[in-house]
Write a protein that binds this ligand. Sequence first.
Ligand code: NAD
Length: 401
Amino acid sequence: MAKIVCVLYDDPVTGYPKTYARDDLPAIECYPDGQSLPTPRGIDFAPGALLGSVSGELGLRRYLESNGHQLVVTSSKDGENSVLDRELSDAEIVISQPFWPAYMTAERIKRAKKLKMIVTAGIGSDHTDLQAAMAHGITVAEVTYCNSNSVAEHVMMTTLALVRNYLPSYQWVLKGGWNIADCVSRSYDLEGMHVGTVAAGRIGLRVLRLMKPFGTHLHYLDRHRLPASVEKELNLTHHASLESLAKVCDVVTLNCPLHPETEHMINADSLKHFKRGAYLINTARGKLCDRDAVAAALESGQLAGYGGDVWFPQPAPADHPWRRMPHHGMTPHISGTSLSAQARYAAGTREILECYFENRPIRDAYLIVQGGRLAGVGAHSYSAGNATGGSEEAARFNQSA
Ligand code: NAD
């Protein structure tokens, strides 16, 4: 019997939903590169239900308990005496979502003597100290592609909202105004702009494809060059450095994982290379950016707007400057946890667990760390090391809420 600790975000303040806005989800056959959607032997949830919150339990309880395992589900993950810390000592598997990450630091990994696997129900495993996971022979897996397209949609929404000045204009409607000049004095068309993505993996490439019909000029930077046929199809300009990309782009979108090479890549120095009035969209990870340098660039006008859904730490304390800086279009970390995405990553988590318990190989595409080294997508998209430093600050959310 294994003990599985699953850390999920809280239910809605109005209680777990009894009904939903829509009755079904569209059927998706496969991901754009042909990768199949998750293939568990079965699921015990209705696609379209809220699965990512505590009562949703990622739809895992029946499967795990009927196989004799123990499932502990909690949202308590930070600070003294969290349920996560109390349950860790005999846990074999820890599951959490990047939206409400269980920060699996070296210290926690060291204390979890029976820990064999850490599963990210979603994409992005930087909340686990990957170096420590490698040192302790722990497998780290995530559900590659489950919400890449969901995030790309959020990038499009945020870009348009900032460039067209949607959020302040909506506020004028709520205030009873008709202040057209106030709305449009910061409003532009996206058409004709130069848009660059830092990383052209699953999300970045999708963003480029979605941007194309807006009549934009497209740029990218990635440590793996895209095939020449894709560069030609999208008329892409490849850049070898952030400086080169930032100098020519009106919109920059960050779509790389957080690892030691990318941590704080956006800082006071790199922001100097951006065009004055550029928009920066970050749905990848908050810690790709120096928090205070971004706020200062908005104050000074170096950036015309900043938007996205990722913060550091998560949850962000009430006094996090990004909540109040000017011209931002931030949401909590939601882009990859639409009800549509939840159905995919709950099924993918179930697939990973079935493989683990039945001694079948976990798909290579889902692996980040295995056998003491980066593996699968981890070897392609990450660098070894640790990016969890400072995560203990997440405990301040409870104190400040
Ligand atoms: P992916 O693995 O398909 O793509 C990552 C790309 O980043 C790869 O092409 C890789 O070569 C590139 N890369 C890595 N290090 C780089 C560096 N130093 N410089 C330039 N390029 C670099 O992953 P994906 O599905 O596109 O997701 C990317 C990231 O987006 C995830 O790791 C995660 O952090 C974030 N994400 C956020 C959400 C959300 O809800 N906001 C959801 C999913 C993923």
